[in-house]
Design a protein around this ligand. Structure first.
Ligand SMILES: Nc1nc2c(ncn2[C@@H]2O[C@H](COP(=O)(O)OP(=O)(O)OP(=O)(O)O)[C@@H](O)[C@H]2O)c(=O)[nH]1
Ligand SMILES: [Zn+2]
Length: 298
């Protein structure tokens, strides 16, 4: 019996990396019967068959799973942003971070294009909110080594709005990636956006990276939503204040005696983070629970 990680899923085949080679597996029929779909990132067991092929036997318990992109067992979501064109709207970052927090996945914020724009506000916002926050320039290489150390040995998904430099950073992290990056850019073209195909890559520092399609503000509309009353727990810097509001069940939107609002006023919670929370809270209220469940794939 073999064990490994699904690095790629394509046309009914699962490419399982067992640490030595890539085994091309077919899923056994029982997966279909149980309506269980193996995901890229899944740790699986398989029965080796002839010539590097195998039959997928079981999916080991998942640490977490995401819908869009469809990946499992992510240790670290690396959110790439930029203070230079295309300037990242903090709401996009908060939208994705909130999903990651809700699914028990750690986030890292990486602000690229440092050579063009220091993006002081973005940097301070996320540092203050309690995230590992890095500034890099894929162009000059500044900060790239520190980012590499932060992701070493982890299974990471790179995400961010189109054009922030995801492919460029991967290339800067792994100069030998040169060839592969050409492919990455190709795949990130139009075809990739429609197929939403995800693949894992192994870097020399031991990181395993999923490069996911760039997204736009338009795409955030279709991203999963939690129940309004659960959203507060996906903004980690709110935690110390949540049980200090005057009224139980406080929504932290505009209530009197709200400790979260006071913390925003006092500068302890970044204002843009709270604005994102309010925007998400309102969106979540407009969508019925059955629909939210559907969006979460439940
Ligand atoms: N000045 C400067 N330009 C950069 C930097 N990083 C990337 N770029 C440029 O920004 C553009 C977009 O970079 P990509 O790496 O293709 O961005 P991406 O995030 O992979 O984009 P999508 O494939 O659309 O998701 C390219 O023209 C890069 O040369 C940087 O640190 N500084
Ligand atoms: Zn409150």
């Amino acid at each position: 019996m073999g064990e490994g990680i699904i690095f790629k899923a394509l046309s009914g085949f699962y490419y399982v990396d067992d640490g030595q080679r890539l085994v091309t597996c077919r899923a056994r029929g029982k997966f279909r019967h149980k309506k269980e779909t193996p995901l890229v990132g899944d740790r699986v067991t398989f029965t080796p068959l002839e010539e590097g092929t195998g039959a997928l036997d079981a999916i080991l318990p998942r640490k977490n799973e995401f819908q869009r992109p469809a990946v499992a067992n992510i240790d670290l979501l690396v959110i790439i942003a930029s203070g230079a064109v295309p300037v990242t709207d903090p709401f996009l970052i908060d939208r994705v971070v909130s999903i990651a927090e809700g699914r028990g996945c750690e986030s890292l914020i990486c602000i690229n294009k440092w050579d063009l724009e220091p993006a002081e506000d973005l940097y301070e916002t996320y540092r203050k909110a309690g995230f590992a926050t890095f500034r890099v320039s894929a162009e000059t290489g500044e900060g790239v080594e520190a980012l590499g150390q932060a992701i070493a040995g982890k299974v990471c998904a790179f995400t961010g709005n189109s054009g922030v430099g995801k492919s460029s950073i991967l290339n800067a992290l792994e100069p030998d990636f040169g060839l592969a990056t050409g492919e990455v850019s190709d795949r990130l073209g139009r075809g990739r956006h429609t197929t939403r195909h995800v693949e894992l890559f192994r870097l020399k520092n031991g990181a395993i990276v999923a490069d996911t399609p760039g997204f736009s503000s338009f795409d955030t509309e279709g991203m999963e939503l939690r129940a309004p009353q659960e959203l507060q727990y996906t903004f980690r810097e709110f935690a110390p204040y949540l049980d200090q509001c005057r009224f139980q069940g406080c929504a932290h939107v505009k209530e009197k005696g709200c400790a979260v609002l006071e913390a925003v006023k006092a500068g302890a919670i970044p204002r843009s983070r709270h604005e994102s929370y309010v925007r998400l809270y309102q969106q979540a209220k407009e969508v019925p629970e059955w629909k939210r469940r559907q969006m979460r794939g439940e």
